[in-house]
Design a protein around this ligand. Structure first.
Ligand code: NAD
Ligand code: IPM
Ligand code: MN
Length: 342
């Protein structure tokens, strides 16, 4: 029996997680669900913390975590998200943020007239350092003379392992994205790790783009990409861009992963979407596909493939939410996926 921790979170998080769990249930796998539904913005506002050390211990004892979304319009500072999502990423050393992008139907892409080539790429985002490391500080805070520094951390170990992982999951090619024409120190380190890793993986084609050009190329010719590997902040931005090209953030799945321990926090790429929360408008596909990634990592490849086929069939039949051109509610869109699965 595998224990799966579930953190529904905020906004549409609980709505899409409900559909993900019902879909998981249909598979009949031998899993036990441990729901931590107190980890949300309400708890943070009341207690000043949402995820405790004890929660983290419980999470560590589970095989994987499935998370909806964290974020609340009442909170303007990053402490809450850092205390949940980034704490999980950093303390569990989930150094890979694995974000596959699939265009399920040409009609979904804003590039629909040129989307014939398809779009099926994977963004591997460095998830344990970069601008997110929290290194820095403020001097003369809250005055007109305030100085604020967020140092961008790149380590040889951190960059090498994520590039190595990108090669390990590539089908045909890896494109490394950085800004080494302008960012001198980290840029040089990324380039050095990259050259080393390219030499270690002779069977996979390797290319490099600066991030501005990569954004342009993703729009101009998305079918040209297989695996993109990049730093924490560029990966954050490019994964939303790519998701939108494939029909919107509502479809995008991800896992925060440590490739050595195998531990993963699985979550849709989207946030808590307060603008549509509570209205039955949230697309459950990103959460269902994140669950498919989890099911696959737990050793059930056939079931994961069946989930992905069911999602594709429901979308093709327009049995989906309005963001994908359908007219179903979150619950009915989840039921449509399950109907294809059964
Ligand atoms: P968001 O992803 O929540 O929403 C962006 C836009 O996409 C909105 O218009 C929203 O309605 C739409 N959208 C998102 N998910 C959708 C879905 N499943 N179906 C249909 N439409 C969907 O981004 P935001 O508005 O910038 O952030 C809202 C909050 O979520 C913030 O507090 C932010 O920090 C947080 N956030 C959390 C995560 C996470 O938990 N992993 C990720 C991103 C943002
Ligand atoms: C994501 C989110 C998070 C990030 C936020 C909520 C801290 O945007 O998972 O992509 O920037 O990593
Ligand atoms: Mn993001």
């Amino acid at each position: 029996m595998s224990v799966i921790t579930v953190i529904p979170g905020d906004g549409i998080g609980p709505e899409v997680i409900e559909q993900a769990l019902e879909t998981l249930d249909v598979l009949g796998l031998d899993v036990d669900i441990d729901v931590l539904d107190h980890i949300n913005a309400g708890t943070y506002l009341r207690d000043g913390a949402a995820m405790t050390d004890r929660d983290l211990e419980r999470i560590r004892r589970s095989r994987a975590t499935l998370l909806g979304a964290v974020g609340d319009p009442r909170l303007s500072s990053p402490e809450y998200a850092r205390g949940v999502l980034l704490r999980l990423r950093f303390e569990l050393d989930l150094y890979v943020n694995y974000r596959p992008v699939t265009l399920w139907h040409p009609r979904l892409s804003p590039l629909r007239d040129s989307a014939g080539g398809g779009l099926n790429c994977l963004i591997i985002r460095e998830n344990s350092e970069g601008l997110y490391a929290g290194v820095g500080g403020r001097l003369r805070a809250d005055t007109e003379h305030e100085v604020a520094i967020d140092a961008e951390i790149s380590t040889w170990h951190g960059v090498s392992r994520v590039i190595d992982f990108a090669f390990s999951v590539a089908r045909t090619k890896v494109c490394m994205v950085d800004k080494s024409n302008a960012v001198p120190h980290g840029g040089r380190l990324w380039q050095r790790c990259w050259r080393h890793q390219v030499g270690e993986h002779p069977g996979i084609a390797a290319s490099h783009l600066y991030v501005d050009t990569a954004a342009m190329a993703l729009v101009a010719d998305p079918a040209a990409f297989d695996v993109i590997v990049t730093n924490n902040s560029y990966g954050d931005i490019l994964s939303d861009l790519a998701a939108e090209l494939a029909g919107g953030v509502g479809t995008a799945a991800s896992v925060n992963l440590n490739a050595e321990t195998g531990y993963g926090v699985y979550e849709p790429v989207h946030g808590s979407a307060p603008d549509i929360a509570g209205q039955g408008l949230a697309n459950p596909v990103g959460a269902v596909l994140s669950t498919a990634l989890m099911v696959e990592r737990l050793g059930h490849r056939a079931e994961a493939d069946a989930m992905r086929r069911a999602v594709g069939a429901a979308i093709t039949a327009r049995r989906c939410t309005p963001d994908l051109g359908g007219s179903l509610t979150t619950k009915d869109a989840g039921a449509a996926i399950r109907a294809e699965l059964e």
